[in-house]
Write a protein that binds this ligand. Structure first.
Ligand code: SF4
Length: 280
């Protein structure tokens, strides 16, 4: 637990600038630690999602209107917290023709112009496989584009019913086609009923799609209404995925119970940069 007051900076900036974080909306177990370290994952385009993933605590339903000044408010928060690395994510906005890609691009550009030294990682939805949407985001030159496959293909129906495993893999390979300098990243939750063989297979699929960075973390049910936890994977089991992952060619693998998509994101990015500055 952080010492008194350590989280205040981030919390007051978020409240002041009326900003959402996935940390709060998804009830992330690392929030205290990250806020105390003055880092957070900003969530743009509201906190109501058009999808119905059974593991996710975020509200589902009719999303709110886009806020035109949100990119500038995010950039202001980045400046006030003097963040050198920032992660931007969003709910899925299937109600928007470009899935919100232009709003992502405006947010990246606003941060680049207000804080040129700050590296931006974006954790994007699948834009329903729309290449033009992905180009819009990639053209804004984020350092990292992250898209989680979340689980193994056999469990998609019960975990991510409106998503598609191969569409998510295609999105990652398309990023490399658009701009091979952009570092790609994905994440898998363990404990939903997958087998070790299925996880290793999914890791191979990600590498085949050109994914550079991988996160593996323990699924925790936000409530009894959400998908149940099928197993608690031990820290040793998590560690046992790192070597095979690096042997497959991932530049960085973060694998432990409390690892989340953007947990210690800057460390994983720096690790990859040291290993392979070209990002291939
Ligand atoms: S698409 Fe993302 S925000 Fe929406 S329900 Fe699924 S995990 Fe949650």
């Amino acid at each position: 637990m952080p010492r008194a007051g350590e989280m205040a900076d981030v919390s007051s900036v978020l409240a002041d600038l009326k900003l959402n974080t996935v940390c709060q909306s998804a009830i992330c177990p690392n929030m205290c630690q990250c806020f105390a370290r003055k880092t957070a994952t900003f969530m743009i385009m509201g906190n109501i999602c058009t999808r119905n993933c059974t593991f996710c605590a975020i509200a589902k339903g009719k999303p709110s209107e886009l806020e035109a000044d949100e990119p500038e408010r995010i950039a202001a928060a980045v400046g006030r917290l003097s963040l050198k690395y920032v992660v931007i994510t969003s709910v899925t906005r299937d109600d928007l023709s470009d899935g919100g890609a232009a709003h992502f691009a405006k947010t990246i550009e606003a941060i680049h112009s207000a804080c040129p030294e700050t590296l931006v990682e974006v954790l994007v939805p699948d834009f329903q496989g729309l290449s033009s949407a992905l180009e819009t985001v990639a053209d804004a030159r984020p350092a990292v584009i992250n898209h989680n496959i979340e689980t193994v293909p056999r469990l998609y129906k019960e975990v991510r019913p409106l998503a598609n495993y191969h569409r998510s893999l295609d999105l990652i390979s398309k990023i490399k086609e658009i701009d091979s300098r952009i570092v790609t990243k994905s994440g898998i939750m363990l404990g939903l009923g997958e087998t070790r063989e299925e996880v290793l297979e999914a890791m191979k699929d990600l590498r085949f799609s050109g994914c550079n960075l991988l996160t593996l973390g323990q699924y925790l049910a936000p409530s009894s209404q959400h998908h149940q936890v099928v197993s608690y994977v031990t820290p040793d089991e998590f560690s046992s995925y790192v070597r095979p992952g690096l042997d497959m060619g991932f530049s960085g693998v973060a694998s432990a119970p409390l690892v989340r998509s953007s947990y210690r994101a800057v460390e994983l990015f720096r690790e990859a940069q040291l290993k392979d500055p070209s990002g291939n």
